[in-house]
Design a protein around this ligand. Sequence first.
Ligand SMILES: [Zn+2]
Length: 501
Amino acid sequence: MKTLIKGATILAMGGAHGTEPLTGDLLISGDRIEAIGTGLSADDETRVIDGTEKLVMPGLVNGHLHTNEALYKGRYDNMPLEVWMLYSYPILKAKRLPPRLVYLRSMLVAMESLKTGATSIVDDLYESPKAELDLFEAAVNAYEDAGIRATVSAHVVDRRFLDTIPFTRETVPQALQDEADERPPPSVADYISFVTEAHARFHGRSGRISVMTAPSAPQRCTPELMQAANDLARQWGVPFHTHIVETKVQCATGPEFYGKSLIRYMDDLGLLQPWTTIAHSIWVSDDDIAIMGKRGVSIVHNAISNQKLGAGVAPVRKLLDAGVNVALGSDGICSNDTARMFDVMHAAGLLHKINNPDWSRWLTASEVLHACTLGGARSAFTHHETGSLEPGKKADLLVLDMTTVNFTPLNDIRNHLVYCENGASIETVFVNGEVVVEHGKLTKVDEKALLAELRAAMPEFLAHTLEVEAANRRLEPYFTKIIHRCYGKDFGIMRWASDGA
Ligand SMILES: [Zn+2]
């Protein structure tokens, strides 16, 4: 089956044209782009789409996402990460969800992503109280059914919760410590066998599913686990996906735990590699940035989530200057609280203007678009196949109507995409050559029925959530103390807007 889009404005985001729009035709054959040019012809079997006043561009890549937070969408506000995690990643009284609820949770995010232009998601999937194959499969099934491209992890923490944050042992009362310590973390062997099985079963499914490794963070995992996960990532050609220095508390953690910054610690373990993707990278020093550039790592910039949790502003311009690949992510669905990547591009385009008076250093719309397309694909290690419109690559693309209010009057297309568009102009979405959204509607699933089923499942989930919240709230006063203790330390790194550039 072939599709020819004729006479469209094409923003290829790669190849010879890069971020310069051109007028021409694009031919899709099977799951791939066969040709881009002018005067391309079609046979009788080919579906032809009139590209007049249409924009064709690569599907957006959401480089960092936790779908497991989706049931808490819109639930919390005004909490920093270490307090917010007590509720969104609860340690006490957490219980396994039914697989169907995990399916609906993943489906909710997949449906929103596709309708708002993300054809590819990197889902750093965390299940509480522990990862299980049938739950992992439920998420994968949702992505297959919706038709989205997904790189999925089994997010893992192999240290006891209280040993992942500094000063807990001297701050939290013993009885509460004992309760929190009841849940044993998985062993290295447990994790490796789990992720190996998940990779064997699901990697490559439908030509759209990848399985990556994702040790949560250097303060939450043992070096043995991280090194084993990194070896598997190298072997499989998938990302080694992790979190480093999202918050000032985490910045204090490196010196407290290891006597050095967490970036230097990871580098000393040989864990900063071209396939390493670091979510956040906010509280990094100039030395850290130089190491990251030298190793050719990727970071995922979560411009909305970092504001919601008051984490700080990642030094994206400095990271780009050092040669670090930059992607964009929504982050979890209750620190954002949506998966809309046009919103993330808008926020990323604006955020860096407020903490640097030197406007020559601000991100351009082209840089933001690159981060949300080819930069994202590079961070997911799918850049040979996706992220730009080039002959031979997978046909993951969006067709937008340029007669909408968001594009009227039309000036610079790239500025419109970053500062005006919100996904409402999307008409058609292709993933792997297949139409998954048409006239703004999902083609493969019944959105209305799935949303209704999820709403019906929520009362039971919320009753359980209230109990979990009450149990974990008891930790909040002690975590508040720890956060203030870390905020009082000076690392010579300024990452809040009020700190200046
Ligand atoms: Zn994250």
